[in-house]
Structures are given as C-alpha cells and as structure tokens.
Design a protein around this ligand. Structure first.
Ligand SMILES: *Cc1c(COP(=O)(O)O)cnc(C)c1O
Length: 352
C-alpha cells in the first residue's frame, strides 16, 4: 500500500438503476415519467433560450425558480431552497442538519442513498425495521436520535403514510430536524408542506424528476422554516455557489407555470396505474397499495430474480433489489399504456 492511500476517503457508492440505451427497450426501471415535460419547457429551450447568456454565471440565488415554487406552494421565498436534483438537496441537508453524536433514524427498507450519505459524512444511523406489510411503526421514532428522514411515499415499497402518521413522528421529534423526502407525493395524498407553518424543524424535499418529467434537468427543492433554508444556503455557498445552471432555471420556471399540464400528466399515470394493478393481480402478482408512479410486486409462483432476468432478456427493464427482505420483489415503473401492454403481453406468455 502506498502511504497516501491511507488518507483517501473510501466510500461504497450508491448504485443507480442502469441506464441502458437501446432503441426498442421498455424502460420501467428508474421511475422516470413516460411523458415529455410541459410544452412551455420545450419552447423556452428550443426557441427562446439565448445561448449568449451562457457566457455569464447563473443567478446563485436561483431567484426566479424560487419565486415560482414559493407561489405554487403558497410559501415565502425564504422558505424555499433549490438544488441539482433532490439527491443534491438531500446530500446538502444531511451535511447541514445531521451533526449530532446520536444516530439519525430511517427505515431499514427505503431509498438506498441514505446510508451512503451517512457513510460519506460519517453520520451515525439506525434503521428501525418496517413491519411485515412494509409499514412504519411510529413508536420506533420516539427514542432519542440525531434526526429523522422518512421517504413518503416510500421507495421501493411505494407506500404512502397518511399525514397524521407523519405529524405523530414530528410531535415526538421537535428537537431534531425531520426531513420528509416527497419524491412521489404528487401521486399520493396530502403533502407535509402544510405542516411547515406548525413545525419549524420540518424540511420537505421534492423533485422535478418524476411527476414533472425532468429527470434529465436535475432540479430538486426543499421547503421549510427560513432558518432551515438559510442554514442550507450557508452550506451550499461554502461548497459551490452556482449549483443550478442557467438552462435548468429557465426550464424549471416554465414547468411550474403550467399547472394544467402537470395535473393532467399525473392523472394519466394514475389511470394507467389502476389498470396495471388490475392486470397484474389477475396474473398472480400482489403488491402493497401504491402512492407512487410504480408498483412493488411479488409473484405467487415465480421468483422475482428469475422474472427480472427474463424481462431483461426481452428488453423490458424493471428494478430488482437483492437485499434479504426485498429479494422476491420487482419495482415496476408505470409507463405509457402502450409500454404496459407490452409488459403484460410478455408476462402472460411467461407465467402461463
Ligand atoms: C428519485 C428519488 C430521489 C432523487 O431524485 P432526483 O432525481 O435526484 O431529484 C430522491 N428520493 C427518492 C425517494 C427518490 O425515489
């Protein structure tokens, strides 16, 4: 071993879902939206964007997008923080808020990036077990801790916890920062945003990657008390002041402006989700109730890993998790009706 090697920060990285690029593939593996972003986004980028502007640094405060989001959620501008995808916002939030000696808490089955950030930033953590039905036991979060993060709806289980359950966790954790990762909230029920006025230690994180069809743009945001937002910004400016590029800011603003297109897109996915639920049930699959743009399915006879590989060989990509409690499940993104039909067709032949 060379001497300098002992000073390297070693991490076991998060492994994102594969991003194959084949012409005929059906890509249902990373919960992307099958529909394009709002028409205003295309117009702003293809017609109106003046590339001469790229000469200049972008606005470090991201004022235009912050304003637009604040209006959309009826918040003040000092209650909104924007970053490069919610992964960036969440990483920044872990770095900013989870600095206690006590462990932070999150469920054993959840977004697998959380333990990676804990390792990277050397944050101690504990992972209370979800119950047999993949539900949170809220009493697990009553003990002393250094912070809490809950994905709601949860990934990869797809389950939405009612807001009363989230509020119960907040009531029992008023001395630490509680982060609610709402990447899929637009497909579920009430957002915890309405609790921000009541709990100054609550940070709600959302993304443009799923319901807004803009995973490629990398836009995420956090909402909370101005003191939390200021702390986040202080860390951001100590790291990289210009995280948001000029193109993303323009595209983000246009997306938020088009409320009608946004709601229609969600409705389309919910309709396809219902149809997918019915069809998969008939084929012998079961799954928890979904509050997301994906289903977490298991089959009564065929092992998930076998199905995953068979689908993959036929250019249909879904996500498989090999961890002990999830290794007989597949996470299937809700695509277009046409894509789902092709999935059903394959499954009908394979399962028979
Ligand atoms: C997709 C996802 C994210 C990250 O989304 P970005 O593309 O980085 O905005 C964060 N949390 C959960 C639970 C997700 O599923």
């Amino acid at each position: 071993m060379k001497l300098w090697e002992k000073n390297i920060r070693r991490v076991v990285p998060y492994v994102p879902g594969e991003q194959p690029n084949k012409p005929d593939m059906i890509k249902l593996n990373t919960n992307e939206n099958p529909y394009p972003p709002a028409p205003g986004v295309r117009k702003a980028l293809q017609q109106d964007f003046n590339t001469d502007k790229l000469r200049l640094y972008p606005d470090p405060t991201v004022k235009k997008l912050v304003e637009e989001l604040a209006t959309f959620y009826s918040l003040k501008e000092d209650q909104v923080f924007v970053g490069v995808g919610s992964d960036d916002v969440l990483a920044m939030a872990f770095l900013t808020f989870f600095n206690a000696d006590k462990p932070i808490l999150f469920p054993d089955i959840t977004y697998s990036f959380y333990p990676v950030w804990c390792e990277l930033f050397q944050i101690p953590f504990e992972t209370p077990l979800l119950d047999q039905g993949f539900r949170i036991t809220k009493e697990d979060y009553y003990k002393e801790n250094g912070g809490v993060i809950i994905a709601n709806p949860n990934a990869p289980t797809s389950i939405y916890e009612e807001l009363s359950g989230i509020e119960d966790i907040l009531i029992h954790n008023q001395d630490v920062v509680v982060i609610i990762d709402e990447a899929y909230i637009d497909y579920a029920g009430k957002s915890a945003v309405e609790l921000i006025a009541k709990y100054d230690n609550l940070l709600v994180v959302q993304t443009f990657s799923k319901s807004r069809s803009m995973a490629g743009m990398r836009i995420g945001y956090a909402m909370g008390h101005p003191d939390l937002i200021k702390a986040l910004n202080d860390v951001k400016y100590s790291f990289n002041s210009y995280t948001m590029n000029a193109v993303s800011i323009v595209a983000g603003v246009e997306s938020v402006k088009d409320v009608v297109y946004f709601k229609e897109g969600i409705e389309k996915t919910l309709t396809t989700r219902k149809r997918t639920e019915r069809t998969l049930k008939e084929m012998g699959f079961s799954f928890p109730p979904s509050g997301s743009n994906f289903l977490f399915v298991t089959h009564e006879k065929i092992p998930a890993k076998e199905l995953f590989e068979a689908l993959r060989e036929n250019n249909i990509y879904v996500r498989y998790f090999s961890a002990p409690r999830t290794n007989n499940y597949l996470r299937i993104t809700i695509g277009t009706d046409l894509e789902m039909n092709q999935l059903f067709e394959f499954l009908k032949k394979y399962i028979r």
